[in-house]
Ligand binder design. Structure first.
Ligand SMILES: [Zn+2]
Length: 497
């Protein structure tokens, strides 16, 4: 079979978190608002209204462009993209055609230990469209659609990547890295599930070693990172099979069908729209002052790459000495990284303790992460605050809790939102460290298990372990295992003589 090389490019739309919409003063925060309550004559597309450019949106896109190593255009403009669809109130969308605000940048990704630089063709500004709800009248069985105009005019930033990606895994890493940058900049929430972050993929194949591009297929309707990965995998497979059979790939737009795990044809190239772009006559050309851009560059926060490197750096270099795995996992989102730094600070403030960063990282990435995942929640929603996690680690460090009890305590803390000490008190989780009390339990285990004792006396050392297990069971795991093991050895030793 011939060896095909996938060629993938992504186009990503991100809604910006500005206070107002792109061209009017309606609030841009529409997700929770009742339908058609975030509207005005401008975003309703009424005749005689004039758009005004949102400066905050321009600031956000310039910061994004800088973080993506793009050139920032000094002279730019808006254009009308014309098409007729009920979600478009004016019959055209204000977008940018030939003079995007940002162009020619790149994003670095790392997949399977290999770092690659993925080109970015452009990042431009446009406005979102209204939302349609398709319904069926139960009385007549007839279909109809409802329009919610709240989303119309929300600032939408489109990033067009170059076709530099070579696998579904790389595409996912690129998308995750891009979203991470937007979150660090604070310009977008980047939620695919909520629809504030949307991705289309252009996928084509060519024989490995060839430089000419194959016929590309555009894939839409992917609503999660996982869907993007699966849709691209499916498309690579589908196109390979067609090429193997000597069939031609047709240029088309296909939609991902999540339930079936396939892509289906939506429209062919012949049906493609001619958008008849022309400069938006209601808006003056936009001049971006280089001095302002330089000012914004100074304001760029520490970005994911830099923060990851710092988390791996030695402590005397302001780092935490974390492994690459931990550092990557903890710097995915700024909220996660902030939580980590706050928790480490609280541990150090509380009782010091060795290896605070490593221990916080372990508990965050395993136990806490599994509670969050099970609840489909983000770190921002965690009922266990950084100081609470530090409190739990302090009890573990002091020996008040063993690992098993600490896990149980975290679960209860997650469910109740109460601090560690309170949960441990209420559930009676504290470890028994009183050797007098433990010695009694050890004596009882020895009395109740004569055959194990005989085995031990006969030279079978592992029988002692069995007795430790019996004591742990009798104390419901609350005895300090180190003390139990010491006392078992001591009492068995006395029997030997
Ligand atoms: Zn409005």
């Amino acid at each position: 079979m011939p060896d095909y090389e996938p060629v993938i490019g992504l186009e990503v739309h991100a809604q910006l978190r500005t206070r107002s919409k792109m061209f009017c003063s309606c609030p841009a925060d529409y997700q929770a608002a009742p339908p058609n309550t975030r509207v005005c004559p401008v975003c309703l597309g009424l005749p005689g209204t004039l758009p005004v450019i949102n400066r905050e949106a321009i600031r956000s896109i310039v910061m994004t462009g800088l973080a993506l190593h793009c050139e920032i255009a000094q002279e730019t403009k808006f254009d009308r993209k014309n098409y007729a669809y009920p979600d478009l109130m004016k019959g055209y969308q204000i977008s940018q055609y030939d003079l995007p605000i940002c162009h020619d940048g790149y994003l670095e990704i790392e997949v399977n230990g290999e770092r690659r630089r993925i080109g970015i063709e452009r990042v431009h500004m446009e406005e979102d469209v209204a939302k349609l709800f398709h319904r069926v009248d139960p009385a007549t069985g007839e279909g109809y659609s409802l329009v919610d105009v709240n989303r119309s005019g929300v600032p939408l930033m489109e990033m067009v990547g170059r076709p530099d990606l070579r696998s579904a895994e790389e595409a996912r890493a690129y998308l995750v890295a891009y979203r991470s940058i937007l979150q660090y900049l604070g310009v977008a929430t980047g939620s695919m599930e909520e629809g504030s972050f949307r991705c289309d993929a252009n996928v084509s194949l060519r024989l490995r070693g060839e430089s000419a591009l194959g016929t590309k297929v555009e894939v839409k309707n992917m609503n999660s990172f996982r869907a993007v990965y699966r849709a691209i995998e499916f498309e690579i497979e589908r196109q390979s099979e067609m090429l193997d059979k000597g069939e031609r790939i047709s240029m088309e737009t296909r939609g991902w069908v999540e339930e079936k795990g396939i892509t289906v044809s939506l429209r062919s190239k012949e049906e493609a729209n001619d958008y008849r772009y022309f400069p938006e006559p209601d808006l003056p050309p936009l001049h971006v002052e280089p001095a302002w851009v330089a000012e914004l560059e100074e304001l760029l926060p520490e970005l994911p790459e830099a923060r990851r490197a710092r988390f791996m750096a030695a402590e005397d270099a302001n780092g935490y000495g974390l492994s690459e795995y931990d550092a990557s996992g903890l710097t995915d989102s700024p909220a996660l990284a902030d939580y980590f730094e706050e928790a480490v600070g609280a541990v150090r403030e509380g009782h010091g303790g060795d290896e605070a960063p490593k221990r916080v990282a372990n508990w965050m990435l395993s136990e806490l992460a599994s509670h969050l995942n099970a609840a489909n929640a983000g770190i921002d929603d965690s009922p266990v605050r950084p100081s609470d996690l530090a409190g739990l680690l302090a009890l573990l460090e002091s020996g008040t809790l063993g690992t098993t009890q600490a896990k149980a305590a975290l679960e209860a803390m997650y469910e109740s939102g109460k601090p560690a000490a309170q949960v441990v008190e209420e559930l009676g989780l504290a470890q028994v460290t009183d050797s007098g009390e433990i010695a009694g339990a050890v004596a009882q285990a020895i009395a109740e298990n004569p055959s194990a004792v005989a085995d031990f006396l006969g030279g079978k050392e592992t029988a002692a372990k069995f007795l430790v297990g019996q004591v742990m069971k009798a104390t419901r795991g609350k005895a300090n295992p180190g003390i139990v093991a010491g006392l078992v050895a001591e009492q068995l030793g006395a029997l030997k003589q």
